[in-house]
Design a protein around this ligand. Structure first.
Ligand code: 26Q
Length: 812
């Protein structure tokens, strides 16, 4: 108690001093924004002290370190997380209270660093949290984008993109390390010279860019280990020279500077859809080259040049194929800078890398045109070429004469570099992110690789951090769980199973229902403020929040909403428990169909929300600018979690886990991690519907799927599809959804309705009827909610990280 009083006194004094020093004012005279800045500074000072302390402790650490390379880290806000991890949350809350400051309101001022698109980037962030919490030495390596993922505004139902200058007012969490700058070289040509009887390669005529690292300290929960997220910023090599002004070269210099710095300017906003642009390839090589150079530099400092030991100290993880160039880059450094011969270098390299695949969709697999690759990265091209020559030779030994197979497996084919193939050849481990996904990789997408390298293929099912998505996001529920089973679950997620015995306990059920209701009231207020729509907190909050993608089937959801509306119109006594359908989704700016579906959600919502005849039984809400902080507000207020991707398409999903952890019930297909969630909770505690993955792939194979027949056979389905174009959904623009409808019924040359929306419609409708029936029986509903929470332990990223650490990275 006394200790806490001391901490409060110290924090308060530090805050007062900080406000004075930063703004020359007392706390009472300072603005909210200034107070926020000052609190952030004080907390960031503490974080840095903790980091210094950790570095002291770890100073002589000689074990293995994992480097997690990712183009995306979707970190979300840091203030609250750091308060929790420093263990001073209640101290700061109380100090604020005494000073008449609203801490929750101040926290909202922090911009969300949106350095990622969706699942892949958020997974990287959850992994950093778990690595630090579990005490593993790890460094995240990525790009310090000046602009994160665009901010979404909705204008007249259409998505409009606004830039996201998250660094505009600086970031208090990062530490610039200009003395650790690396040089990255682009373009030019390679000269081979014979020196002392061996070939030495020299890269000439290149352009160089400086890579300057900025580190964000990553604290764990009740952990002494502080790790770093190392983000590289691109800077011109020459400080542009004012003295050139008179010589007319000033503008040239300025242009050169801009050209260099554009590399880390902006995150590509495409999720699960590779854009084959030169700038994207530059971004990839830029951060990968800087990261690998700095990793090798560190190794040399600690261990000299005994590179045979490199894999005992370094493991580099490749988050999807985006950082794949790290493989030939390590080869380049070992060959050209450290003078290893090919076999030595290759031995080190193939023991160093592990690769995770995050997508099954053929069109999402990265390939780069040979010409672009060669011009931009001439030395790496040579190395990739040689890697492939030797790989093809080894294939020939195993499959003599089987040219077709060798062509299919080749890293370079049809003048393209296949990045996934490079990753598989250059890594000792290849994994998918859910059991079904890994099985599809092994048996279908990469079956021939699995035949050649059976030992490389494995599965590690994704997970999410419980600190952010339960402890922080849903304080009420966290307290209820801790009250029943103690706080052990926060670090030992499997202890959530101790909550299962409360499934029939009336008190626990009612407490859970009350917590949910409060969270719904808070979300309803947010909706009233932002959307000017009144929603009823005792309606079922049915939520689909994720990137907008056809395979995720937001279209199925909104067509079903339209169906429910028709039922209410047709039969005023149609017995529907009031429902609020909530959507949040960004569409890639170039993805026309995704943007049209956003417009459709708005048009359907507009019609339903303004129809007094249905007495508010149905509401549709689209929450603008979906992002991590909004997810933290929505998930705890959700009754139903929509996880309805076409089976076989969603590698894992991680939102599904966050909802389950917060006691929402899932309506979903047997896709991605839903399969494992269903198995964990039992089929009576989840609403599974629709085609299975084997069935969708059979349909794709046989091409005998006829959605038009379904349309003719089901009057309800026919009605909603016709309403898209007869003025019911949008009376002003009859043509707007014409193409969308045509694609569902007839296709465009290819297959009609390739995501099986019509096929799954009836089953989806029935699953929703089950939800309606069961929600009306609170003892059943809340029991299921508790069962979901009790089985969520497996879906903690702590479990995921333990698997990577033991089975793949071989960390201590
Ligand atoms: C690639 C090249 C050029 C431009 C963009 C891209 C690009 C960017 C982002 C390609 C893919 C992504 C993101 C993929 C992604 O988020 N995948 C998701 O990963 C999650 C974590 O494993 C899974 O849970 C999801 O199922 C999967 O969709």
């Amino acid at each position: 108690m006394n200790q806490k009083m001391d901490k409060k006194r110290i924090f308060r004094a530090a805050l007062e001093t900080k406000v004075q020093r930063m703004f020359g004012r007392s706390i009472r005279a300072a603005s909210k924004d200034q107070i926020y800045q000052a609190i952030t500074q004080v907390v960031s000072d503490l974080v840095k002290e903790q980091r210094a302390y950790s570095r002291e402790l770890m100073g002589n650490y000689d074990g293995k370190e994992v480097y997690y390379l990712s183009m995306e880290f979707l970190m979300g806000r840091a203030l609250s997380n750091n308060l929790i991890n420093l263990g001073i949350e209640d101290v700061v809350t109380e100090v604020c209270y005494e000073l008449d400051l609203d801490l929750e309101e101040l926290k909202e001022i922090e911009p969300d660093p949106g350095l990622g698109n969706g699942g892949l980037g958020r997974l990287a962030a959850c992994f950093l949290d778990s690595l630090a919490t579990l005490g593993y030495k790890a460094t995240g390596c990525g790009i310090r984008y000046e602009y994160g993922l665009f901010q979404q505004k909705i204008v007249d139902g259409y998505q409009v993109e606004i830039s996201d200058p998250w660094l505009e007012n600086g970031s208090s969490w990062e530490i610039a390390l200009p003395e650790e700058t690396e040089i990255v070289k682009f373009g030019g040509f390679v000269e081979a010279n014979e020196v002392d009887g061996r070939l030495v390669y020299e890269h000439k005529g290149y352009q160089s860019v400086r890579a300057v690292p900025y580190e964000m300290p990553i604290l764990g929960y009740e952990s002494d280990v502080v790790n770093s997220l190392r983000l590289w910023a691109a800077r011109a090599t020459k400080h542009f020279d004012m003295s050139l002004f008179g010589q007319g070269k000033y503008l040239d210099a300025l242009e050169e500077k801009e050209l260099a710095e554009v590399i880390s300017k902006v995150l590509y906003p495409d999720d699960n859809h590779p854009e084959g642009k030169a700038l994207r390839l530059k971004q990839q090589y830029f951060f990968v080259s800087a990261s690998v150079q700095s990793i090798v530099r560190r190794f040399r400092r600690q261990h000299g040049t005994d590179f045979a030991k490199f894999p005992d100290h370094v493991v580099i993880h490749i988050n999807d194929t985006h950082p794949a160039l790290a493989i030939p880059e390590l080869m380049r450094i070992l060959l050209d800078e450290d003078g290893l011969d090919w076999d030595q270098a290759w031995n080190v390299t193939k023991q160093t890398f592990a690769y995770t695949n995050h997508t099954i969709m053929e069109e999402a697999l990265e390939r780069w045109p040979e010409g672009l690759f060669r011009d931009l990265l001439p030395r790496l091209w040579d190395i990739v070429y040689e890697i492939n020559e030797r790989f093809c030779a080894s294939l020939w030994e195993r499959y003599p004469g089987d040219w077709d197979r060798i062509a299919r497996l080749s890293v370079i084919a049809h003048h393209e570099v296949k990045m996934a193939h490079l990753c598989i050849v250059g890594s000792f481990s290849v994994n998918g992110v859910a059991r079904l996904h890994s099985q599809i990789l092994r048996d279908e997408v990469f079956a021939e690789f699995a035949d050649f390298y059976p030992e490389k293929f494995t599965n590690v099912t994704n997970g999410v951090t419980f600190r952010r998505f339960l402890l922080k996001a849903n304080r009420g529920l966290a307290e209820l769980i801790t009250d029943r089973i103690g706080p052990g679950w926060i670090k030992h997620p499997e202890e959530l199973a101790n909550f299962l015995p409360y499934q029939d306990d009336k008190g626990t059920q009612e407490a859970l229902a009350a917590i949910r209701h409060n969270n719904k009231i808070a979300l309803a207020k947010y909706i009233a403020d932002h959307n000017h729509i009144q929603v009823d907190p005792s309606s079922i909050f049915d939520v689909q929040i994720k990137r907008l993608h056809e395979y995720k089937r937001q279209l199925l959801n909104i067509l079903h909403v339209l169906y429910l509306y028709n039922r209410l119109l047709e039969d005023p006594s149609f017995d529907l428990h009031p429902r609020t359908f909530i959507f949040g989704a960004k569409a890639a700016p170039g993805y026309g169909m995704a943007k049209l579906i956003i417009k459709l959600i708005h048009d359907v919502g507009e019609r339903i929300n303004n129809d007094p005849t249905i007495h508010g039984k149905l509401k549709v809400v689209f929450l603008e600018n979906y992002r991590v902080s909004l997810a933290e507000a929505i998930i705890p207020a959700s009754d139903v979690s929509e996880q309805i991707s076409t089976a076989g398409k969603e590698a894992s999903g991680t939102g599904n886990m966050k909802f389950m952890l917060n006691g929402a019930l899932t309506i979903g297909t047997l896709d991605g991690a839903n399969v494992e969630i269903a198995q964990a909770v039992g089929e009576e505690n989840i609403f599974i519907f629709g085609l299975r993955a084997e069935e969708t792939s059979r349909y794709y194979g046989e091409q005998n799927y006829r959605p038009y027949d379904l349309y003719l056979a089901d009057p309800y389905l026919k009605q909603v599809l016709d309403q898209l174009v007869d003025g019911f959904v949008n009376a002003q623009k009859l043509a707007l959804y014409q193409d969308l409808r045509h694609g569902l019924l007839h296709g465009w040359g290819g297959m009609a309705d390739p995501y099986f929306i019509l096929q799954d419609f009836a089953a989806y409708r029935e699953a929703h009827e089950q939800i309606d029936a069961q929600y009306r029986q609170p003892d059943i509903w809340w029991k299921k909610a508790i069962i979901n929470i009790g089985h969520a332990g497996y879906f903690s990223s702590d479990r995921t990280i333990e698997e990577y650490s033991q089975r793949i990275w071989k960390l201590r």
